[in-house]
Design a protein. Structure first.
Length: 101
């Protein structure tokens, strides 16, 4: 018994939508990072679904590339957040002007 690929694409769309709404609504930087990660994982799910449906490994190689980009984004982003947390107790998206020289 196999699950229809439309289900996976609908799930991917729902996860991406939740991430996009969370990114636009929330001001906490850590929550924004989690929303971006949710959006990237939703794209990964869509890539794997299309790769399996089309019997192509291109989608799975794109998943590897997206995971590498996500890891680099987390490293750089969390470095910036830690730098802001050292200057100020709470960090919001509006506090990035503190990073100016």
């Amino acid at each position: 018994m196999s699950v229809d690929p439309k289900f996976y694409l609908a799930l991917s769309f729902a996860l991406f939508s939740i991430g996009a709404v969370g990114l636009l609504v929330r001001r906490n930087v850590l929550v924004m990072f989690m929303c971006v990660e949710l959006m990237l994982n939703a794209a990964n799910l869509a890539f794997v679904t299309f790769a399996r449906k089309l019997n192509d490994v291109g989608g799975q190689s794109m998943v590897f590339f997206v995971l590498v980009v996500a890891a680099a984004e987390v490293v750089v982003g969390l470095g910036i957040v830690v730098a802001i947390f050292r200057r100020r107790r709470g960090a919001t998206a509006d506090d990035f002007h503190l990073m100016k020289g």
